[in-house]
Ligand binder design. Structure first.
Ligand code: C2E
Ligand code: MG
Ligand code: MG
Ligand code: MG
Length: 272
């Protein structure tokens, strides 16, 4: 996987710090060009109703069409964007593309909610709220058709600022999803403290063995109590989907149904 490769790269470069620094500099330069040359693409992965099997939402996932290396997954470049601050531009680009695409689907008669991932840097920037608002206005997009995904670590240890940004996004009418749940600190207190609409159970739970799944059962029960919707991530097999359905989890996402696809392939899927 990309993540594994990332780790190996790091181990490899560790032996030669000079090479690591120049590789990193080359990546940064390539990334700056990528903005100028519009090399970023947004793909969309369906989020499917476990009950009726319909695509109810999609998650926007950014890719970089590198002129030499082909289509790159986010774990090859997001971290550098984050550390250089380029993530603010990238985040804006993805948000705008996703909102535009949502309104295009809407015009075609498909009400498809679009989820967008937020990075910690964006979340630390109070201006993100007004920026989102103007993008929604410019495209005539109904905020209730947009969701943002944040991770647990983004809520940790910065109560004041993160709760204001979270509240601001929420006040626009955008729903808030907690991504990769169960992999972080799983501090249950903030599930009550913050306004969270949807909880996405990380694929590690969905893909784990039966003995490890009681934790997932607890997460689902807790969501019921707190009135949050639940999405299962990383459903790859029918057996996993059966288990997800049996838990009454309302939506799932994963390779079993579809990998992330370019927007036109989603069009075809909706037409079918
Ligand atoms: P994420 O938000 O948790 O997205 C889900 C990731 O799991 C995606 O990887 C998706 O392709 C992958 N996935 C979906 N179904 C399955 C499955 O059945 N099995 C397996 N093994 N994997 C599955 P992707 O697209 O490589 O994205 C990785 C991460 O990069 C995302 O994790 C998200 O944290 C980040 N990311 C992606 N796009 C953006 C973006 O526009 N902005 C920011 N800040 N982060 C992004
Ligand atoms: Mg996500
Ligand atoms: Mg996730
Ligand atoms: Mg993830």
């Amino acid at each position: 996987s990309g993540k594994q490769r990332g780790r190996n790269d790091l181990a490899y470069y560790h032996e030669d710090l000079g090479a690591a620094v120049s590789a990193r500099t080359a990546l940064e330069t390539d990334l700056r060009h990528a903005f100028e040359r519009n090399e970023f693409e947004v793909h969309y992965q369906p989020m499917v109703s476990t009950e009726c099997g319909r695509v109810q939402a999609v998650e926007a996932l950014v890719r970089w069409r590198h002129p030499l290396h082909g289509l790159l997954a986010p774990d090859r470049f997001i971290a550098v964007c984050e550390s250089t601050g380029m993530i603010l531009d990238l985040g804006k680009l993805v948000f705008e593309a996703a909102v535009q695409q949502q309104t295009a689907w809407q015009r075609q008669g498909h009400t498809l909610k679009v989820h967008i991932n937020l990075s910690p840097r964006q979340f630390d920037c109070p201006l993100v709220v007004s920026s989102m608002q103007s993008v929604l206005l410019a495209h005539g997009c109904d905020a209730s058709n947009i969701g943002v995904e944040i991770t647990e670590s983004m809520l940790l240890g910065r109560d004041g600022l993160s709760s204001r940004v979270l509240q601001g996004i929420s006040d626009l009418g955008i729903s808030i999803a907690l991504d990769d749940f169960g992999t972080g600190y799983s501090n249950l207190a903030y599930l009550q403290r913050y306004h969270i609409d949807v909880l996405k159970i990380d694929k590690s739970f969905i893909q784990s063995s039966d003995e490890e799944r009681p934790i997932a059962d607890l997460i689902v029960a807790m969501c019921r109590t707190l009135g949050m919707a639940v999405v299962a991530e990383g459903v790859e097999s029918q057996a996993q989907l059966d288990w997800v359905k049996h838990r009454g989890i309302e939506q799932y996402q994963g390779y079993l149904f579809s990998k992330p696809l370019p927007a036109n392939a989603i069009d075809a899927l909706l037409a079918a």
